[in-house]
Each structure stands twice: as C-alpha cells, then as structure tokens.
Design a protein around this ligand. Sequence first.
Ligand SMILES: [Zn+2]
Length: 203
Amino acid sequence: MAAMVCPSCYVVSKRAENYVRAESMGRQPPTLALWYVKRQMDNTPVSQHLGPALELRKELTDKLISVCVEALPGKAYGLVGGKDAYRPENIYPCSSNLRNTPEWKSLFEVFGDFYQDPDRGFVISPEEQGQIMKQIEARGESFIGVFHSHRFSSPDPSELDMTFHFDPHLLCYIVSVVKPDHPDLKIYRLEDSSFQGIPFRIV
Ligand SMILES: [Zn+2]
C-alpha cells in the first residue's frame, strides 16, 4: 500500500514515489527529477467551483474544524470515509509522519524555502493508513478523501498539494486555521490535471 502525503500535507503520488525510487537507485539525475516535479506543478491550475454539490453534515463539519484547530500549533491531517464521495460520513485523523525520513525530506525540500522547515508537511505511514482502512471497511465505508489543515495559508491547494494529489476519486479537504476563530474550509477534486473547487452545503 502506498504511503500517504501532504505538503502542508497527503496522498503520495506515483510521481513522488518514482522520484524517490529513481534518486535512491541513482538512475535519474536529480535535476531531471526536479524538472519533472516542477513540470507537473506548471500543469495544475486551480479552477473555480464546478461539479455536483457535496453535503457535509454539521456534526462532521464541526469535528473536522475542531480537529484542525485543536492540533495547533501543530498540523492536522487524515482520511475521510463514506459510502458516497459527496456524502462524507467520518474523518480519521492520523498521527504518523514520515516527512523527515531521508527520502521524503529531500523531496519536500525541492519545493522551496517554505519546506526547509521540518515542521511543514506530512507523510502518513503505510502502517497507519492500513489500520485506518480496516476501520473504514468495518463501517462499510470507502476511502473517499483526505483532509489537512493549513496553518500559514488560505485553504487553497499549495503547489505540493497539487503535485502529490493524483487520484481523482479522492476529494481534498483543506481547512485554513490561520485565524483559529474563523477557520475556512474548501474542498477540491482533481479533474483533467487541474484542481476544481467543489461547492458544498452543510446539512
Ligand atoms: Zn495543503
């Protein structure tokens, strides 16, 4: 099972895995890998609110936001489960972080000054992901999304978010807690290599 990542936080992309693998095997010049990662970023613009509305229960919304606020000054991240991608039912906060292992650390640092700080970004371990997948399946849910907090920026996907998020079936929930009294949630979907904001209503 693939590890999961994020910048300011989540799902490890095959591109990232390939980058790490190639570099550890010495088969690809780092400069080429760097060019490749940047190329992916150039191709992933964010467009505005399209697609069907998502229904977010008030109770789940409150839980998602409180998990992100209460994690401060740390970051929060995890998985989202549900029977329908547009009807999320539970969030599953995670605590493992492989971000500062040698492979991941060097990958994060490719993304510029912001990620020289080892506190920025996360990579969920395959072991924790596996444990949560069992909980998700035990509830009859599917793995339908990932969430993470942004402590220093708006709830818009970062370059790293866009580069690592490769699965169009997983929705991306970002909660900005720059102002903890006024948290801001946005939800995105990857479509045709671009991120689209998804309208949602709290029910
Ligand atoms: Zn992010």
